[in-house]
Design a protein around this ligand. Structure first.
Ligand SMILES: [Ca+2]
Ligand SMILES: [Ca+2]
Length: 192
């Protein structure tokens, strides 16, 4: 990947990221510097990622979810996040643009990366989301979405799907864009 010993950001990668994200050259160089400081070998391992993720959810168990998030960021599937994957992840998830976030959400739900989401994949991600919701917050959830199965059923019903149907990316993104209730069901925002 042309990682020189000096650790400088290569021109190709810089151009690539300028083209594919909203970040400026200055921002990218700054991100790169701090990335290399924290990851001298230029990669974030899955274990390291899970550890960092865990710090944000001290009162619950985000490990399974973190594993899925890692998988969705590790686009080349080599088990580590390089700087490019890290920046693209940041670009997708921290953007104010709903469409970008949903592109990422689709990748998160498409566990086997076959380009469509099945009901069992929805159940798998929703179950991981539930592990992040502290017990006392779970008690306050509406009756028809207070466990993973119910929530998966509800989501699936919003899309008007039968148990063996699949959801394609465009359908997923459009469906969530049109329905705030689905948006709420596919994520968990910790209470401050
Ligand atoms: Ca990777
Ligand atoms: Ca799939």
């Amino acid at each position: 990947m042309g990682n020189s010993k000096s650790g400088a950001l290569s021109k190709e990668l810089l151009e690539d990221l300028k083209l594919n994200t909203r970040y400026s050259e200055q921002e990218l160089c700054r991100w790169y510097e701090s990335f290399r400081k924290q990851c001298p070998d230029g990669r974030i391992s899955r274990a390291e990622f899970e550890r960092i993720y865990g710090n944000f959810f001290p009162n619950s168990d985000p490990q399974v979810y973190a594993r899925h998030v890692f998988r969705s960021f590790d686009t080349n599937g080599d088990g580590t996040l390089d700087f490019r994957e890290y920046i693209i992840a940041l670009h997708l998830t921290s953007s104010g643009k709903t469409h970008l976030k949903l592109e990422w959400a689709f990748a998160l739900f498409d566990v086997d990366r076959n380009g469509e989401v099945s009901k069992s994949e929805v159940l798998e991600i929703v179950s991981a989301i539930f592990k992040m919701i502290p017990a006392e917050e779970q008690k306050l959830l509406p009756e028809d979405e207070n466990n993973p199965q119910k929530r998966a059923d509800k989501l699936w019903a919003y899309f008007g799907k039968g148990d063996n149907d699949k959801i394609a990316e465009g359908e997923f993104i459009n469906g969530v864009m049109k329905n705030d209730a689905i948006m709420r069901l596919i994520q968990y925002e910790p209470k401050k």
